[in-house]
Structure formats: C-alpha cells, structure tokens
Design a protein around this ligand. Structure first.
Ligand SMILES: O=C(CO)[C@H](O)[C@H](O)COP(=O)(O)O
Length: 215
C-alpha cells in the first residue's frame, strides 16, 4: 500500500511547473509528494500548505511555505483522497484538513489527486463523509444531517481541526449525486465545509502502481 502511495506521489512531480508555487494537500500519500518535491526544490518558488502537518514537513525540507493570500491563483494543487469515484468526485478529510484543502483546490487551476488503488470506488460513501463544524453547532448539525440524509453522523472526539473546529463523520451514505449532496449540506448553518469534492472535483487522478495510472 505505501509503495503505491509513494509511486503516486512521485509521479505527480511531472505536473509541477518550473518557477511556480505549488498547492500541497495533507496525508501519508502527500508526504511522499513533499519528499519528492524536496528533490526539485530549487526549481519551484515555494508551496501553499493545507495543514500544520504538511507545513512542518515542507519546512523540514527547506521548501518555503507561502500564504495563499500572497500567492494568488495556483497552477497546481496536489492532494490525496479517501475515496474517488469514476467522475473524479472525492471524499476527503480523513486527516481533518478538509477546509483548507477545499480552499486551495478552489484556488488552483489544476487539481491532481494522488491515491492508492484501494481508494477507487464505483459510488462514494463507504468511507464516512467528514464534515467540519463550528463546535457550538455540533448537535444541531448532526440532527439536520439525520433529517436530510440516510446517514448517521458520529462525532470524531478528541480531534480539533487546524481552524479550531470539530469533525462529524457521516456513516452509511450511498452518494449517488455528490454535487447535490454537497450543495445541500453546505446550506446548513454551522457547517464550515463538507469533505465532498464534487463541485470542484479532481482534474487528474494518479493511481499508484507499477506503472502509475494517470486518469
Ligand atoms: O483528505 C485528506 C486529509 O484531510 C487526505 O488526503 C486523505 O485522508 C488521504 O490520506 P492518505 O493519503 O493518508 O491515505
């Protein structure tokens, strides 16, 4: 598994443009991408990071970390996913970094998603859908989700996001219309962001293997 993650992460380097600022996601697959990025760090201006975890790894490698507000639109965002359907719609947020990941994906011209083969599914929902919530809204949002979907929200206790918020993981979903579900959930007050990347799916998906598959 970690070999396919490494192969996906290393393949994504081919999408990095010289002199650019690269958007960097979060997770164990992205860690391999950051390590590969370090080997070409002289060719890039720096990176915009989606989490404290990735920031620490980028800095360890001496890669300058740049504020998104100072960077402007990015040519490339590279990130992992928890699930990916045939339309390149994703579930993300297993690492609780979904909000910043979504912001950087939106700010990027091209989103290259790097996954191991186990992440490919015909329909999203086997992986519980992460939802970042303002702490005071947790119970209300959970009730709204129960009313709106067939899912069961479970509070990811002991996890506080980099933004100081909490995460609900919604179990038992079969997400046949990810765009509609993302839109509906986004309208509930108290939800900061939903780990569905359907309105802004990946542009390219790299599935790690020998050789990596580029979709
Ligand atoms: O969305 C994420 C973090 O919020 C990650 O991209 C996702 O959880 C995949 O992680 P990994 O590469 O470790 O399997």
């Amino acid at each position: 598994m970690s070999d396919s993650k490494r192969l996906a992460g290393e393949k994504a380097i081919e999408f990095v443009e010289d002199g650019s600022i690269v958007g960097v996601g979060t997770g164990s697959t992205v860690a391999y991408f950051i390590d590969a990025l370090a080997r070409i760090r002289g060719r890039i201006e720096g990176a915009v990071s989606s989490s404290e975890q990735s920031t620490a790894r980028l800095k360890q490698h001496g890669i300058p970390v740049i504020d998104l507000n100072a960077a402007g639109p990015l040519p490339l965002y590279v990130d992992g996913a928890d699930e990916c359907d045939p339309h390149k719609h994703l579930i993300k947020g297993g690492g609780a970094a979904l909000t910043r990941e979504k912001i950087i994906a939106q700010a990027s011209q091209r989103f290259v998603c790097i996954i191991d083969p186990a992440k490919r599914v015909p329909v999203l929902g086997r992986f519980p859908l992460p939802v970042e919530v303002i702490p005071m809204a947790r119970s209300m949002v959970a009730r709204e989700i129960v009313e709106l979907t067939a899912g069961q929200p479970v509070w990811r206790e002991n996890v506080v996001t980099d933004n100081g918020n909490w995460v609900l993981d919604v179990h038992g979903l079969e997400i046949t219309d990810p765009v509609a579900l993302e839109q509906r959930l986004n309208q509930i007050p108290g939800i900061v962001s939903v780990g569905l990347f359907a309105r802004r799916p990946a542009d390219v998906v790299i599935v790690g293997g020998e050789p990596p598959l580029v979709l």
